[in-house]
Design a protein around this ligand. Structure first.
Ligand code: SF4
Length: 349
């Protein structure tokens, strides 16, 4: 029998009321294979689809700078203590090709340029400006980079960026060399500079306790994020945290469902992701999917489009199969996502 506590929490979320940490913990404590988890995932799915009129978005990410990274995160393929990846800086023709491939059908909502934590600032600014020039006007330009000062975030805005991914990761300062306070301060500066803030509960592994997840989920709940989600830690061969293995797709979907109910009270939070993508997550509140090329911290391939990264066709097909009726462009205009659209964009298989 389902207890009334679960229904009371779901009712609160449906009414847009803020859940407490204790309520978030109660949700997370339900076993992922239980009826309770199924109800949590279904409720988050319902709330978030209604908020977006059953629309979803596709995001692109290009890794533009790879070198051994001084943050040395124990889960990342670029950590300087264990990486085997060479140093590569993307050239303009390669960036242009990546962007035009992503934007070919005009349905890319936003594009991340992803760098290491200590990437040269002028290099990033230059590439942001170039991406803004090359990408379709409906595609927003975003960054996924290290901690910076307010002035630099303002320069990114001037160069054409409108959003930034930034996270205070699980066990930040323990599994990474970065102080969690620095990460949180950067998130505040991102918002102050006028960039949209995108964040996530990540990188979730079997070693994390429920209390750690709860604390992480609430880190940026008052910062006005527009994207949030749940990302599992990929066990990258050769990385120090490989030994812990990975959580299942179902567990990641369970966390997504819990996150979806907690963030239902955040008016600005419209887009949710599970990473890496899995159908279960898109039935638990996730509504964006990321296509990737270039470097990827979860991959040992130099170009993730030849490794773990998904392409645009696969993203469209996933969202269609999960029942989304529309894709949104970065200017919020809608595209009908149906069989004909998949055929037209060569995304059927
Ligand atoms: S996750 Fe980011 S900050 Fe950490 S080692 Fe990888 S590239 Fe550097």
């Amino acid at each position: 029998m389902i207890g009334t506590k679960l229904y009371d929490i779901i009712n609160k979320a449906q009414n847009g009321e803020r859940l407490t940490k204790e309520e978030c913990k109660y949700l997370l404590m339900q076993p992922a294979e239980s009826l309770e988890s199924s109800i949590i995932r279904a409720a988050a799915n319902d709330i978030i689809r209604k908020k977006n009129e059953n629309s979803a978005i596709i995001i692109g990410q290009v890794g533009i700078d790879i070198h051994p990274c001084e943050a040395n995160c124990g889960f990342c393929s670029f950590g300087e203590g264990h990486t085997g990846i060479p140093t590569i800086k993307i050239e303009k023709p390669a960036l242009e090709k990546a962007i035009t491939d992503f934007c070919k059908e005009g349905d890319l909502f936003g594009l991340y340029l992803m760098t290491m934590t200590d990437t040269d600032k002028d290099f990033l600014l230059d590439n942001v400006a170039y991406a803004r020039k090359v990408a379709s006007k409906e595609t927003q330009i975003w960054v996924n980079t290290g901690d910076n000062d307010l002035g630099f975030y303002k320069e990114l805005v001037a160069a054409g960026a409108v959003g930034a991914y930034h996270v205070c990761r699980l066990r930040e300062g323990v599994d990474t060399k970065i102080d969690p306070k620095t990460r949180i301060e950067s998130m505040e500066k991102i918002v102050e500079a006028g960039l949209q803030l995108f964040s996530c509960c990540e990188p979730i592994g079997p070693e994390h306790s429920i209390d750690e997840l709860v604390d992480n989920i609430f880190v940026c709940i008052d910062l006005g994020v527009t994207q949030y989600g749940a990302m599992r830690r990929i066990a990258v061969p050769g990385s120090p945290l490989y030994k812990y293995g990975q959580i299942s797709d179902l567990m990641m979907a369970h966390v997504m469902g819990c996150v979806g109910l907690v963030y239902a009270s955040v008016e600005t939070a419209r887009y949710f992701g599970v990473h890496e993508p899995c159908q279960l997550g898109y039935l638990a509140g996730a509504n964006f999917v990321t296509a990737e090329t270039g470097a990827n911290p979860r991959d040992t391939a130099v170009d993730t489009s030849k490794g773990r990264g998904w392409d645009m066709n696969r993203c469209r097909k996933l969202l269609y199969e999960c029942g989304f009726s529309h894709l949104l462009r970065g200017d919020e205009s809608k595209i009908t996502l149906d069989f004909d659209y998949l055929a037209k964009t060569d995304s059927l298989f």
